[in-house]
Design a protein around this ligand. Structure first.
Ligand SMILES: C[S@@+](CC[C@H](N)C(=O)[O-])C[C@H]1O[C@@H](n2cnc3c(N)ncnc32)[C@H](O)[C@@H]1O
Length: 262
């Protein structure tokens, strides 16, 4: 017991005093929001390998903004680590959850108005993230023309609802120039517990499944490499969106020397 306590104490010191590089702390699993760190780090690495000077990351569902503020902190370090610029966009109604459309939005678990935002307070705390305020059904139509974002490499899906996530995912179709060829994605509401009972026929999981059924050239895939490791809960909330027809999908990014020794 004492040994475990000591390990926990060492990990807190590493995290709180930022000992070692961002990659080191991420690999030690000491960061508070591991999935956010992991997908943004890997998006930046992919962007760099493909020669981009700037990429974007998106959080769908901002609420009070705690996730977006953590994201800003991580992005600052990741930008320095890879010498790449990263823009951050946060989508939200600004007024909390809309009315659930039907059973697929899990009204037994969520109600309209949950997770409202104090926009002025959050805006004052944000250093670089841009808030895209409005229902995603509307903002998804104007986002690309209004912001002309650098290619999106990481997406945090936290809209909770099937209907909202479906719209967010639809932004990937016919817009591949606004994305990296492989997009690291986190889906917050895909595990839950005995009350939520997330499943393949409702919520974010249904949005993923339907997207894959309806799209040939883009597929949202399971990261088998993570599940083969010593799995942590958040490993089961990561998916990778593959844009097979992206102009850079086939660009070589792996080790140049893969010669096998005799
Ligand atoms: C669980 S909260 C997000 C929490 C946040 N990611 C965090 O880490 O603190 C879900 C948010 O999704 C937003 N949302 C859900 N459906 C939406 C829609 N159709 N358009 C815009 N925002 C939506 C709600 O306003 C709510 O604030």
């Amino acid at each position: 017991m004492k040994f475990l306590k000591n390990i926990r104490a060492v990990r807190s010191v590493i995290r709180d005093h930022k000992i070692g590089s961002f990659e080191f702390r991420m690999n030690m699993s000491v960061l508070r929001s591991m999935p956010y760190a992991y997908i943004c780090f890997n998006a930046a690495r992919l962007g760099k390998k493909l020669g981009y000077k700037k990429i974007s990351v998106i959080e769908y569902g901002v609420a009070g903004g705690s996730g977006l503020l953590v994201l800003e902190e991580y992005i600052k370090e990741i930008e320095e680590y890879f010498n790449i610029e990263i823009d951050i966009y946060g989508f939200d109604t600004g007024a909390g959850l809309p009315e659930p459309v039907d059973y697929r939005d899990l009204p037994y678990h969520w109600k309209k108005g949950f997770y409202s935002m104090d926009k002025d307070k959050l805006q004052k705390k944000l250093k670089k993230a841009k808030l895209v305020i409005g229902n995603v059904n509307d903002t998804s139509k104007t986002f690309f023309s209004k912001y002309d974002p650098a290619p999106i490499g990481a997406v945090m899906h936290d809209f909770d609802f099937y209907s909202s996530t479906k719209t967010a995912l639809s932004m990937m179709t016919d817009n591949s120039n606004f994305f990296l060829p492989r997009v690291y994605s986190y889906f917050d509401d895909t595990i839950g517990g005995e009350i939520e009972l997330y499943n393949d026929y409702t919520g974010e999981r249904l949005a993923i499944n339907e997207f894959n059924l309806n799209n040939e050239d883009i597929k949202i895939c399971t990261p088998h490499h993570l599940k083969a490791l010593k799995p942590e809960v958040w490993h089961h909330q990561i998916w990778i969106s593959h844009f097979f027809k992206h102009t850079k999908y086939n660009d070589f990014i792996s080790d140049d020397n893969q010669q096998l020794k005799i």
